[in-house]
Design a protein around this ligand. Sequence first.
Ligand SMILES: NC(=O)c1ccc[n+]([C@@H]2O[C@H](COP(=O)([O-])OP(=O)(O)OC[C@H]3O[C@@H](n4cnc5c(N)ncnc54)[C@H](OP(=O)(O)O)[C@@H]3O)[C@@H](O)[C@H]2O)c1
Length: 293
Amino acid sequence: MSKTILITGSTDGIGKHLALKLASEGHEVILHGRNPQKLDQALTDIREQVPAARLHAYLADLSQLSDIYRLTADLKRDFTKLDVLVNNAGIFAGQNRQLTKEGVEVTFMLSVLAPYVLTTELLPLLEKADAGRLIHTSSYMHHFAKIEEGDFSLEENYTPSLAYNNAKLYTIWLTRYQAEQLEKAGSKVTVNSYHPGLIATNLVKNSRDEKSQKSSSDKSNQFVPKGLDEGIKTGYYLALSDEVENRSGRYFDEKQEKRVSLHGYTPEKAAKLMDYCQQAVANHAILSVDKSI
Ligand SMILES: NC(=O)c1ccc[n+]([C@@H]2O[C@H](COP(=O)([O-])OP(=O)(O)OC[C@H]3O[C@@H](n4cnc5c(N)ncnc54)[C@H](OP(=O)(O)O)[C@@H]3O)[C@@H](O)[C@H]2O)c1
């Protein structure tokens, strides 16, 4: 049966390739991007290969909460239900720690805060599907996270790798926490996270450029990335397979549930992560009021 599927960051890499595959199978795909030219190009490229594709396209910079709220308002206006939300957009940031207007480090913003707000705002649409699915994109790199309690924005020890690895760990915490909350609320919506594999995309190129500036003998540079067909297998499986029906709060790699490094996860610590996200949302509300005065 055809599904309505939103993929964030579908102007390139894994997100765009997954959108093409799903559109080619007759699913209604909602593309998203931050760059208008790339979004148009993604629409054109998919339509060229799938002339009958049922596509929609929405523009939003997910490093800006105002854009995220505009996007979710537009989606709630335009759709009555959403079967799958794939929180795919992500970055490997540069050497200089960059903050959003609310003071959130941008890697965290893309991998944790944006998925949190998108999920919260779009949950009513997912609840209207038969069994809505939320998919958060984590990474194998979460195993290398090094967290200090409460330092979600890496004020003291920022490096691009640490920001990335930690954000991908917090993506797994977010998944666990949301799965517990959804189950408690009696919701049929499931939430899982996954690692797509090491895939040749701009993000991997950026991470290698950053790492090679630091050390030309970085071991992670010796692994050969796989192609996009490999990179969409697990995301596709989580979006559509009957095998994951009713499975929630898990982490997948190569279409299988895998062990995670939780780095001391407890529901209490996850609640602190949620508090941090809610505080950023509150700061955003204050900044928006100030601007309107
Ligand atoms: N590739 C891998 O080996 C690998 C491994 C593990 C996990 N992942 C995860 O997989 C996901 C997809 O990454 P990818 O490898 O496909 O990278 P990619 O080719 O760089 O694609 C990233 C997508 O996110 C979008 N994006 C970035 N910043 C954004 C912002 N501020 N607002 C809105 N959209 C934004 C990009 O838009 P533009 O087109 O405008 O840049 C692009 O569409 C990420 O979450 C990544 O961390 C990738």
